[in-house]
Write a new protein. Structure first.
Length: 405
């Protein structure tokens, strides 16, 4: 629209997601289903589109078919208005090789930038669960006059060692960017808190292009955005931090304001689902002022019959709870839980079947998993360890199409 900055969005969606295996055995990490209706990619795309950003490129690489299909069939904008969301596979424009890092992914895709000619480039990750208005970050970036703005979320210093950490002065200028430091720096106004990088960046276009060219010519670089590009711009004095606490999302409650989760491990993925199901959820999917958008399958409403019921749970369309008990769980679409079965503290992805008298506790069941009549999942730890994947936190995980006897 007239008066708005010309912004191109680049979403980095090429990661393998090894720590989410077996959920990523057959799909890219951003395509992993989440929250009953969604895929992980829907959260970042919803945030960008809700903020009025409508020229978006999603860079994909590994096992990208289901991700490409989801974007192509779900995320259709108006070509008449020059809007697009397009998946961009690794094109090998600079030789027969995969991307060697997130910075290399953008460098190999600079034709997208040259075609669009944006003033600013928003580079966001594709596999976090959160609400954010990126437009507010873009405004602050423009006001700062810096080459890059890095979104920072406040985390306790004791927990910050697992993140890229930001050291900044009182004006917000970044003085150091440290990957997983043993002694994380603190924010200027709180000695017990650190700015952790959210993996979301806003660049002035020329600053990003110059940094990418310099990085590409360095044979010792890992060609990584957080590891190489951001430190380069920090050293040049051109980096600013955006405090995620300053972001105001319409419809947010005090309970879910500032929510952000990296769901890169099975336990984090499980915990984020458990955040959804309480009466006053830690993350509220029902905020219609800033909706998480997706396409839902043409299925009938969920049905509860023969005394079947669900407590503190989400149940997706097309699912049938027949004479069964579901508690503290996320049940996706087209799931059937049969008579006498018990599902507790679990995440059931689309198409799961839980047989008569079966018990499923603290488990993640991927698409089309079948739990046979009377089978037990999450009950006998030695049996689970022998037959299934069990996370460090004790979550039992069955991959796509598996069968529990």
């Amino acid at each position: 629209m007239k008066g708005q900055p010309h912004v191109l969005g680049i979403v980095l969606a090429g990661g393998e997601g090894k720590r989410l295996w077996p959920l990523t055995a057959d799909r890219a990490k951003p395509a992993v289903p989440f929250g009953g209706n969604y895929r992980l990619i829907d959260f970042v795309l919803s945030n960008l589109v809700n903020a009025g950003m409508s020229k978006l490129c999603v860079l994909t690489q590994y096992k990208s078919h289901s991700l490409d299909r989801h974007i192509s069939t779900t995320w259709r904008l108006s070509s008449v208005l020059g809007q697009y969301i397009t998946p961009v596979p690794a094109q090998q424009r600079l030789g027969p090789r995969w991307y060697t890092g997130s910075a290399d992914a953008i460098f190999q895709s600079l034709n997208l930038v040259h075609d669009e000619k944006p003033d600013y480039i928003v580079v966001f990750g594709a596999d976090h669960v959160y609400r954010m208005d990126p437009g507010q970050m873009v405004e602050q970036h423009i006001d700062s006059g810096c080459g890059v703005t890095v979104a920072g979320i406040r985390v306790p210093r004791a927990e910050a060692r697992a993140f890229g950490c930001i050291d900044s002065d009182a004006e917000g200028r970044i003085t150091r960017f440290l990957e997983k430091p043993a002694d994380p720096p603190h924010v200027p106004d709180d000695p017990d808190v650190t700015f952790a990088s959210m993996g979301n960046y806003v660049f002035t276009t020329e600053a990003l292009l110059d940094a990418l060219r310099t990085d590409a010519a360095d044979p010792d670089s890992d060609h990584d955005m957080g590891g190489n590009i951001i430190p380069m711009l920090v050293d040049a004095g051109g980096a600013h931090v955006y405090d995620f606490d300053d972001n105001v999302v319409p419809g947010a409650t005090e309970r879910d304001r500032g929510y952000w989760r990296d769901v890169g491990t099975l336990d984090a993925y499980y915990d984020a689902h458990m955040d959804l199901v309480s009466v006053h959820p830690v993350f509220n999917l029902y905020n219609q002022a800033w909706p998480i958008r997706t396409a839902t399958p043409p299925l009938p409403p969920a049905k509860f019959v023969n005394g079947g019921f669900a407590q503190e749970s989400i149940v997706g369309p097309g699912s049938i709870i027949s004479g069964a008990t579901v508690r503290d769980s996320v049940v996706s679409s087209d799931v059937v839980v049969e008579s006498g079965a018990i599902v507790e503290g679990s995440v059931l992805l689309p198409g799961v079947r839980v047989g008569k008298g079966a018990v499923v506790r603290k488990a993640i069941l991927d698409k089309n998993v079948v739990v046979a009549d009377g089978a037990m999942v999450g009950v006998d730890r030695s049996h689970d360890l022998e037959h299934y994947t069990v996370s460090a936190g004790g979550v039992v995980v069955l991959g796509k199409g598996a069968r529990a006897e």
